[in-house]
Design a protein around this ligand. Structure first.
Ligand code: PMP
Length: 390
């Protein structure tokens, strides 16, 4: 039977890591993989996480099963950070998921079980979104996320909503859009939220980078605005970037509705899906996050570390934007974009040329990881960009 299996395309970003590792040049620059890097180029464990892990080691007395919903202390401790401190707790419930990926999967599966047949999404998007939607068996409809000059294309979203049917779903990135870094502004969210109500569509809000853009509350503006007006929504959340937990797979899936029975059933369906997929989410990272959020000092330490990350990315963006015009590329939008990623308008040939001539590794889409740039390599990067985009 197994001979019937078709080969699968290699993951482009993993292939890029291999190419980067094999490049002997000391001056090579890795802008590919989507993890935060310090000014020294590392991705260290947060100090707050280390402290929480030490505490966990000392105090955890059992590793017995928790259940498909995982650590509910973790799930609930996150609620004020995501939804705001004055959010009506009776209208939200959640469960732990293996990373934001598991949370997106649960959201799309639960949407499908509730009768959703079509899902609208701006493109380009995180490539796994389309894969998950296809794997669940929901029809994907796309619209442009970004204008040619590097800003959010609100008209495209409005046109998509105008042709959406009541009962369709719309997937929106909460902040720090992957791969473009282009977020809707607060004023645009103010326009989007009532349209979601008017069109009677189910919002699925994916918040994978809270705190990496403008701040914890600022980055939740869109999500909170939408939730202040829509009757129901699903949320996929990741702690893998804002707690630096990547491989520990820490995420949460939330449903929001004032219909108590619907809320119970959303969770019951989520639990059934989890049971048949991964049974229970991995505990360690979520337990560490819970310990941080239960402790005032650790929380302050975590938020300070997150501030440092955000400040560093903002200063890299400021440096890039200050270059103004590099060859054919207008650098100004990079300064107002958010989070780990931006997309440069380079064609395939230029992306190959910057790799071969200058050792700069970026995704084939032109996506760059802002945190791959440091004081030590940013001028070299801008010069390389000028060479290939001249
Ligand atoms: N949503 C978006 C928009 C992402 O970019 C990512 C991953 N980088 C995820 C969800 C999933 O994150 P995780 O690593 O927690 O699965």
């Amino acid at each position: 039977m197994l001979e019937n299996l078709a080969p699968q395309p290699a993951d482009a970003l993993l292939a890029l890591i291999k190419l980067h590792n094999a490049d002997p040049r000391d001056s090579k620059i890795d802008l590919g993989v989507g993890v935060y890097r310090t000014a020294q180029g590392g991705t260290p464990v947060f100090k707050a996480i280390k402290a929480a892990e030490a505490r966990l080691l000392d105090t955890q007395i059992s590793k017995a099963y928790l259940g498909p919903e995982g650590d509910m202390g973790f799930v609930h401790a996150l609620i004020p950070y995501v939804f705001g401190t004055d959010f009506d707790r009776s209208t939200v419930e959640g469960m732990q998921a293996p990373g934001g990926t598991g949370a997106v999967r649960l959201a799309v599966e639960v949407a499908k079980r509730s009768g959703i047949k079509r899902l609208w999404m701006g493109t380009p998007s995180w490539p796994n979104h389309a894969q998950i939607v296809a794997a669940v068996g929901v029809e994907l409809k796309t619209f442009a996320h970004m204008t040619a000059d590097g800003f959010a294309d609100l008209d495209a979203l409005k046109a998509a909503l105008a042709s959406a049917e009541p009962g369709d779903a719309v997937l929106l990135h909460g902040c720090c859009h992957n791969p473009t870094g282009v977020d809707y502004t607060p004023a645009q969210w103010d326009e989007i939220a009532p349209l979601l109500v008017e069109r009677n569509v189910l919002p699925i809000l994916d918040l994978a980078y809270q705190g990496l853009g403008d701040g914890m509350d600022e980055d939740a503006y869109g999500l909170r605005k939408v939730l202040s007006v829509v009757p129901e929504a699903l949320v996929a959340y990741s702690c893998d970037k804002n707690f630096g937990l990547y491989r520990d797979r820490v995420g949460a899936f939330y449903a929001v509705t004032s219909d108590a029975t619907a809320l119970t059933n959303a969770m019951a369906n989520g639990a059934t899906i989890a049971r048949a997929s991964w049974s229970m989410p991995p505990d360690h990272g979520a337990a560490a996050v819970r310990l941080i959020l239960e402790d005032v000092e650790l929380t302050a330490q975590w938020l300070a570390e997150l501030d440092d990350m955000r400040d560093r990315m903002r200063s890299v963006r400021d440096r890039l934007a200050a270059a103004q015009q590099v060859g054919t590329i207008n650098m100004a939008p990079l300064g107002v974009q958010n989070g780990l990623f931006s997309m440069l308008p380079l064609n395939g040939e230029q992306i190959m040329a910057i790799r071969e001539r200058h050792g700069v590794y970026m995704a084939g889409s032109g996506r760059i990881n802002i945190a791959g740039l440091t004081d030590g390599n940013i001028d070299q990067f801008i010069a390389a960009l000028g060479d290939v985009a001249g």
